[in-house]
Design a protein around this ligand. Structure first.
Ligand SMILES: NC(=O)C1=CN([C@@H]2O[C@H](COP(=O)(O)OP(=O)(O)OC[C@H]3O[C@@H](n4cnc5c(N)ncnc54)[C@H](O)[C@@H]3O)[C@@H](O)[C@H]2O)C=CC1
Ligand SMILES: C[C@H](CCCC(C)(C)O)[C@H]1CC[C@H]2[C@@H]3[C@H](O)CC4=CC(=O)CC[C@]4(C)[C@H]3CC[C@]12C
Length: 346
C-alpha cells in the first residue's frame, strides 16, 4: 500500500456511508486522507448531499446496495484497499424484527468479510459498539472501564446480541488469507453513545421540548453516568485506524478499541442539556415522567439509561497515536450550532 499511497492510489469503501456516523466518516476521509483516489459509499439509502462531493479531486462513487446481498457487497468491495464497515441497523426500540437486525448486522458483516477474502481486500475496520460489553440487564455499573476491564456481558436484546456476534466474526477473520495470498487485517471500534451533528434522538428531544413549551422532564437519576463521544472524533478514529492498520498490522490486527474523547461523564439527560440548554430548553422534575417517553422506553433502554457505563482508556493512543481531533468545547459548540439550525428552532 505504501507505494500507491504516495501517488493517491487508495480506494476506500464506507458501508453505511449515508448514516449519522457514516456521513462524518466520509467527509473526514475526504478532508484528512490525502492518499485517496476513490471513495465508494455503499448504503441502502443514498443521501442527496453526496452530489456536492462529486466535484472534488477524489472520485466519489455512490453505490445503492444492501449488505445482506452478498453479490452486491462483493461488487462494491472488489478493488478496494480498505473497507470501513459502519452499516448497521440501530434499533433498540423494537421497530424492527430480531431476525432483520440479525440479518443486517451479522449476515451483512459476514458478507463484507467474505467479499474482502474473495476479492483480495486486506484491511477491514468494523464499527462495533460499547453495547457488546454492556450495560448488562443486571444493571451492573462499568465505571471508567477499559478494554481489559472484566464485566459480565449478558446480551438478550437483538441489537447488542447482533453487534457482539458481528464483532466476533470480524476479529476471528483477522489473519484469513485473501485473494492473492496475503492476510486480512481487521479491527473493531466500540463507540459509546455518539452525539453531534445529525443525531436523530437529540433532534427528537429538541422537538419534544419545543412542543412542551421549552421543557424536558427528568426521568432518570442524575447520579447515573454515561460516557458519550463526539461523532467527529469517532470518524477521526476510523480514519486513523484505516491509515495505520497496514504498518501496525501485528499490533492492531484482531484488536478492539473503545471510541472515546474528553466529553464529560454525565447522566444521559444532563449531557443532552449541554446542547439543548443553550437552545432554550429547561430540564425539570415531573412526578410521572415515564408516561411522556413511552415510545423510547422498554426494559432494555431503561436498563441502559439507568446504568452507569463510562470508559476511560488510552489503548487507541498507545496503539496508533489517537488524540481527539475536536476538544469538548468545540464538539459542544458544533453540536449546539447544529441543534439551532434544526427546523423549528426557537
Ligand atoms: N449511534 C450510536 O450511538 C452508536 C452507533 N454505533 C454503530 O455505528 C454504526 C452507525 O450507526 P449510526 O450512524 O448511528 O446509524 P444510522 O442508522 O444513522 O446509520 C446506519 C447506516 O447503515 C445503513 N444501512 C442499514 N441497513 C443497511 C443495509 N441492509 N445495507 C446497506 N446499508 C444499510 C443505513 O441506511 C444508514 O445509512 C452502526 O453500526 C452502529 O451499530 C455504535 C455505537 C454507538
Ligand atoms: C432512549 C434512551 C434514553 C431515554 C432517556 C429518557 C427519555 C428516560 O430521558 C437512551 C439512553 C442511552 C441510549 C443508548 C446509549 O447511548 C448507547 C447506544 C449505543 C449504540 O450502539 C446504539 C444506541 C444506544 C443503544 C443508545 C440508544 C438510546 C438510549 C437507550
Amino acid at each position: 500500500m505504501a507505494d500507491s499511497a504516495e501517488t493517491q492510489e487508495l480506494v476506500y469503501l464506507v458501508t453505511g456511508g449515508c448514516g449519522f456516523l457514516g456521513e462524518h466518516v466520509v467527509r473526514m476521509l475526504l478532508q484528512r486522507e490525502p492518499r485517496l483516489r476513490e471513495l465508494r459509499i455503499f448504503d441502502l439509502h443514498l443521501g442527496p448531499w453526496l452530489e456536492e462531493l462529486k466535484t472534488g479531486p477524489v472520485q466519489v462513487t455512490a453505490i445503492q446496495g444492501d449488505v445482506t446481498q452478498a453479490h452486491e457487497v462483493a461488487a462494491a468491495v472488489a478493488g478496494a484497499h480498505v473497507v470501513i464497515h459502519t452499516a448497521g441497523l440501530v434499533d433498540v426500540f423494537g421497530k424492527t424484527s430480531p431476525e432483520t437486525i440479525h440479518e443486517v448486522n451479522v449476515q451483512g458483516t459476514q458478507n463484507v468479510i467474505e467479499a474482502c477474502v474473495q476479492t483480495g481486500t486486506r484491511f477491514l475496520i468494523y464499527t462495533s459498539s460499547m453495547e457488546v460489553v454492556g450495560p448488562n440487564t443486571k444493571g451492573q455499573p462499568f465505571y471508567r472501564g477499559n478494554e481489559n476491564t472484566p464485566y459480565e456481558a449478558v446480551h438478550r436484546h437483538p441489537y447488542p446480541c447482533s453487534k457482539a456476534l458481528a464483532e466476533q466474526l470480524v476479529l476471528e477473520a483477522n489473519g484469513r488469507e485473501v485473494l492473492g495470498g496475503l492476510p486480512l487485517v481487521t479491527c473493531a471500534l466500540r463507540p459509546t453513545g455518539i452525539y453531534g451533528e445529525g443525531h436523530q434522538i437529540m433532534r427528537d428531544f429538541y422537538h419534544q421540548g419545543l412542543r412542551l413549551g421549552g421543557r424536558l422532564f427528568r426521568a432518570i437519576p442524575a447520579s447515573v453516568e454515561h460516557g458519550r463521544v463526539y461523532v467527529g472524533n469517532v470518524a477521526w478514529m476510523h480514519v486513523l485506524v484505516a491509515r495505520e492498520l497496514e504498518h501496525r498490522a501485528a499490533l492492531m490486527g484482531g484488536q478492539v478499541y473503545f471510541c472515546y474523547d474528553n466529553s464529560p461523564y454525565k447522566s444521559y439527560e444532563d449531557f443532552n442539556m449541554e446542547f439543548l440548554g443553550p437552545c432554550g430548553l429547561l430540564l425539570q422534575w415531573l412526578l410521572r415522567p415515564l408516561m411522556l417517553y413511552a415510545p423510547l422506553l422498554n426494559p432494555y433502554t431503561l436498563a441502559v439509561a439507568n446504568t452507569t457505563f463510562t470508559v476511560s482508556t488510552d489503548k487507541a493512543r498507545r496503539h496508533f497515536g489517537y488524540e481527539p481531533l475536536f476538544s469538548w468545547e468545540e464538539s459542544r459548540t458544533r453540536t449546539i450550532r447544529w441543534v439551532q439550525t434544526v427546523e423549528g428552532s426557537a
